[in-house]
Design a protein around this ligand. Structure first.
Ligand SMILES: Nc1ncnc2c1ncn2[C@@H]1O[C@H](COP(=O)(O)OP(=O)(O)OP(=O)(O)O)[C@@H](O)[C@H]1O
Length: 285
């Protein structure tokens, strides 16, 4: 674990210390240590298999680490903690489902943690409140299946906000979105983080849509992590130490690529597929 700067821990809302996770005899996470303060937007970046989802499962209390501790608002994590909101990657529903947008969001109220169902007026108020927070009141009564990927993603964020979390975890929320929708979702999450003082940990393969909003980045590779600002972490020497071999950070027209390999097999280490990223970059500009 590389800690890029001394952290003050007093105000932290999420704190991980010495997290180690082993599956059978394979060490997936070695010594993960970082903390996040209220209102901070942190990107959790890393290549396939680096352990990003595993780390989210630890924070959600779904997986006990072999070593280390996680606290949310000073308390050890437990599964179902309303202070931790979770936004999955996408909605898994048939496109012709009759469920309306507001019904999908309201499902978040029916979790066991809420005990008896709320009276319908206060249910509606709570749902409207979170729909407003994600700018979704305009399509609140539309069938979910007819909405765009970006609109559906906003509903999942609304659902996660229902329990008034202090920490919001998002697992690759941008992976199914086009560039414009991805930017919209990122800006929305950043606005919510700042206005409501919620600490955000957002998992992404591509850090580029996050460059303008990230306060810090947690970069995972080969079971290790580096934490700090983008300027501190996204550097040749820091990432080469993490990966355990030479990688290079390319900054092209405001975008960042982390590449590795010999000249003729250079690949963007953060892309799930092994296309020529440089060509992809040229084409997308
Ligand atoms: N329950 C499990 N049992 C055994 N191995 C597991 C288990 N869960 C995850 N792994 C392994 O741990 C490693 C990290 O997986 P994880 O899904 O956390 O990575 P990731 O960074 O989220 O990857 P991706 O970006 O591809 O989603 C992988 O090699 C995976 O196969």
């Amino acid at each position: 674990m590389m800690q890029m700067k001394e952290e003050k821990t007093g105000d932290d809302v999420l704190s991980l210390k010495g997290i180690q996770v082993r599956f059978d005899d394979r060490l997936v996470l070695q010594n993960i240590q970082f903390s996040i303060r209220p209102g901070e937007f942190v990107g959790l970046i890393g290549p396939n298999g680096a352990g990003k989802t595993t780390l989210l499962r630890v924070i959600l209390g779904l997986l006990a680490p072999n070593n280390g501790t996680v606290t949310v608002a000073g308390q050890p994590v437990k599964h179902g903690n309303p202070l931790v909101g979770y936004v999955p990657q996408k909605i898994h529903l048939d496109s012709d489902t009759p469920l309306r947008a507001r019904d999908l969001v309201a499902l978040g109220l029916d979790g066991h943690r809420w005990g008896l169902p709320l009276p319908s007026r206060s249910r509606r108020q709570k749902v409207d409140e979170v729909l407003r927070a994600v700018d979704a009141l305009g399509f609140a009564d539309s069938p979910v299946g007819r909405l765009s990927g970006g609109e559906q993603q906003r509903l999942l964020i609304a659902q996660a906000l229902l329990t008034q979390p202090k920490v919001l975890l998002l697992d690759e929320p941008l992976s199914n979105l086009d560039i414009r929708s991805a930017h919209e979702v990122v800006r929305l999450v950043a606005r919510i983080a700042r206005s409501q003082g919620i600490a955000v940990l957002l998992v992404a393969h591509d850090m580029n849509p996050l460059l303008d909003v990230m306060d810090k980045v947690v970069y995972l590779a080969a079971g290790n992590s580096a934490i700090g600002t983008i300027e501190e972490v996204i550097q040749n020497d820091v990432l080469s130490r993490l990966y355990g071999y030479d990688v290079e950070v390319l900054r092209v027209r405001g975008r960042v690529l982390v590449v590795g390999g010999s000249n003729d097999t250079t690949t963007d280490l953060l892309q799930p597929t092994h296309h020529s990223n440089l060509r992809r970059l040229e084409e997308s500009d």
